[in-house]
Design a protein around this ligand. Structure first.
Ligand code: ZN
Length: 326
């Protein structure tokens, strides 16, 4: 069962979360089998993105989707994870061309998405009930560090993002194979009333609070990918933090935990087809007999035959404003 564990270090300005996606992650991979499975290194990348996305969604109080996107300049053009406030998630990737061979099923970012140093990672917070004119918040970071050194792993990219965009010290350990996608997040809680930008970080150094975060982050960094994938949450937290006073919260699991869910629907596909215009749709129907759209996230196929296609533009449910200008 997929699960999310939240915990605090008693009396210290440090919090943590551990996520293990099992059944939900396996379902995501299974759904894709019909429409072309991902290569092993891509599975690992979107597994890590799924785990990271759930951690980021659970880490903020925000009523909307957290969207993690990597825009690649290598064989992987796009990798994306979307996590809703109820922790349901979906992920996909778009590969163009071939990945280099690998025996381990692992490839670093610079081989998949950052071949020319142009790869980007975008984190978007998309409010659920967006007001007119309101735009989603988006932060974008490159896939290299401050000295142009390529970052090999997603965890390093997101740590960099958290520090740059959120002024939050964060340690992330991520791992994924075909059974489990998992992540550990350790974060320094900002001290109330001290804006980090206003020199708060320096003050905290002075009063010794960083020392605790640094110690706990270092313990977290000793967690091996293999341990994260194979050990249960209790064992991991005990092994890492047995000398610390850890306060655990009830895990979020089952219906309350992370689940795979796709937000695609026939109506949304219909809206998308309407936006292409009647002429375009008529052309496709004339050529192929019908319009067929497959969802990249869940593998669901939507068919619109000639009559369905006609109804897109004449039916009672045709969206207002979808009429093409003559
Ligand atoms: Zn779908």
């Amino acid at each position: 069962m997929s699960e999310l564990h939240k915990f605090l270090f008693e009396g210290l300005p440090v919090r943590g979360m551990l996520v293990r996606l099992t059944d939900s992650w396996q379902e995501l991979l299974r759904r894709r089998e019909g429409s072309g499975s991902f290569d092993a290194p891509v599975r690992q990348l979107i597994g890590e993105m799924s785990a990271a996305g759930v951690l980021m969604q659970a880490n903020i109080k925000f009523n909307g989707a957290v969207v993690l996107q990597i825009f690649g300049d290598g064989p992987v053009k796009l990798a994306v994870t979307e996590v809703q406030p109820n922790l349901s998630f979906r992920s996909t990737a778009k590969l163009v061309g071939e990945l280099p061979a690998t025996d381990t099923g692992h490839l670093p970012l610079e081989v998949m998405v950052n071949v020319h140093g142009q790869g980007r990672c975008a984190i978007t917070l998309d409010p659920k009930d967006r007001l007119p004119g309101q735009t989603p918040y988006q932060g974008v970071v490159p896939l290299h560090g401050d000295h142009r050194e390529p970052l090999h792993d997603l965890s390093a990219v997101l740590e960099h993002y958290m520090l740059q965009s959120e002024q939050l010290d964060t340690k992330l350990v991520l791992a994924a194979n075909d059974e489990v996608a998992a992540g550990l997040l350790i974060q320094r809680i900002p001290v109330e009333g001290h804006g980090n930008l206003a020199g708060g970080a320096r003050n905290e150094d002075a009063i010794g609070l960083n020392e605790h975060y640094n110690r706990i982050a270092m313990l977290a960094a000793t967690l091996k990918r293999d341990e994260l994938l194979t050990l249960d949450a209790n064992t991991i937290l005990h092994r890492l933090f047995w000398e610390e006073d850890v306060r655990r919260f009830d895990p979020l699991q089952g219906a309350n935990g992370p689940n795979f869910a796709c937000t695609c629907s026939r109506e949304r596909v219909a809206d998308m087809l309407r936006s292409l215009g009647k002429e375009e749709i008529d052309d496709i129907v004339a050529e192929q007999g019908r319009v067929e759209i497959g969802c990249d996230f869940c593998g669901q196929h939507y068919h619109f035959d000639a009559i369905d296609a006609e109804e897109l533009f004449t039916g009672a449910d045709a969206a207002p404003g979808s009429d093409q200008l003559q």
